[in-house]
Ligand binder design. Structure first.
Ligand code: 13P
Length: 256
C-alpha cells in the first residue's frame, strides 16, 4: 500500500515570531503548490498565530501545535485548548513527544486523553513514541513500543486511525547527531506496524503513516525514506534552517 509521506518541522522552544517570519519568507516560496508529500510546521504556541497567517494560505504546508490540553476550557493555568488551536487553523497536534514525557511527566494515560481530545476536535495527532538507549540495550525495545502504542491509542477506533500519524523517535537519536541506521529504523517501524495489525487490522497497519525522528538531516533523509516502512520525518534541529528543511522535503518528494 502506498502511503503519502509526511515531513514535519518540530521547532520545539525555538523561533520567536520575528525569527519565524524570516524563516517562512525564505521557505514558503520554495513550495508554492502541493508537492507529493505533506509538509507540516509546528511552531511554539506564541509563534503560531503569526506563522499561521503565512502558512495557512499556502496550499503545500500545514501548521501543527506541539502540544494541547486534553481539557476543553477552564481553570488550567498555562494550558492551550483545542478551540484556541482551531481558531488559528491548526491541522496537526504533536502529542507525547519524548521531551513532554521525560521533562513534564506525561505518561501514556495523559497522552491517550490528549489523542482522543485531538481526534474529537478534528485534528490529526502526531503521536510520538520511542525507547531510551538504556531500554534498547536492555532488550526492552519491543515492550516499550508496545506499551506506548497500546496505552496512547486506547479507545481510538479503526476509523479514527485514518487521522493518526505515528512518529518513531528513538530518544538516543534526538538532538544527539546520532541517527538510527536505516536498518535499525526500518526494523522498529516494521515492528510498530505489526503492533497496529495486532491492535487493529491489516488495513489500518498498512495505511498508517509512521515518521522517523532523531537527527534526521539532508545527508541521511534519502536513505531513511527509501526504507519500506518509513513514511516521512519529524525533524528538530535541521528544521530550523529553511535550506536544510527544504532539502529533507526534497528527499521525500524524490522518493514519492
Ligand atoms: P532532532 O532532529 O533535533 O534530533 O529532534 C528530533 C525530534 O525530537 C523531533 O520531534
Amino acid at each position: 500500500m502506498s502511503r503519502k509521506a509526511i515531513i514535519a518541522a518540530n521547532w520545539k522552544m525555538n523561533m520567536t515570531p520575528t525569527e519565524a517570519r524570516t524563516f517562512l519568507d525564505a521557505f514558503l516560496p520554495k513550495f508554492p503548490e502541493a508537492t507529493g508529500v505533506d509538509i507540516v510546521i509546528a511552531p511554539s504556541f506564541l509563534t503560531m498565530p503569526m506563522a499561521a497567517a503565512q502558512i495557512v494560505p499556502n496550499a503545500a504546508v500545514d501548521i501543527s501545535a506541539q502540544n494541547m490540553s486534553a481539557e476543553a476550557s477552564g481553570a488550567y493555568t498555562g494550558e492551550v485548548s483545542a478551540a484556541m488551536l482551531k481558531e488559528v487553523g491548526t491541522k496537526y497536534v504533536i502529542l507525547g513527544h519524548s521531551e513532554r514525557r521525560s521533562l513534564y511527566g506525561e505518561d501514556d494515560a495523559i497522552i491517550n486523553k490528549k489523542v482522543l481530545a485531538a481526534l474529537e476536535n478534528g485534528f490529526s495527532p502526531i503521536l510520538c513514541i520511542g525507547e531510551t538507549l538504556e531500554e534498547r540495550e536492555g532488550g526492552k525495545l519491543e515492550d516499550v513500543l508496545r506499551g506506548q502504542v497500546q496505552g496512547s491509542l486506547a479507545g481510538v477506533s479503526a476509523e479514527q486511525m485514518a487521522n493518526v500519524v505515528i512518529a518513531y523517535e528513538p530518544v538516543w537519536a534526538i538532538g544527539t547527531g546520532v541517527t538510527a541506521s536505516p536498518e535499525q529504523a526500518q526494523e522498529a517501524h516494521a515492528f510498530v506496524r505489526s503492533l497496529l495489525q495486532e491492535q487493529y487490522d491489516e488495513a489500518v497497519a498498512g495505511a498508517t503513516r509512521i515518521q522517523y525522528g532523531g537527527s534526521a538531516k539532508p545527508g541521511n533523509a534519502a536513505e531513511l525514506i527509501s526504507q519500506a516502512d518509513i513514511d516521512g520525518f519529524l525533524v528538530g534541529g535541521a528544521s530550523l534552517d529553511p535550506e536544510s528543511f527544504a532539502a529533507i522535503i526534497q528527499a521525500g518528494v524524490d522518493a514519492a
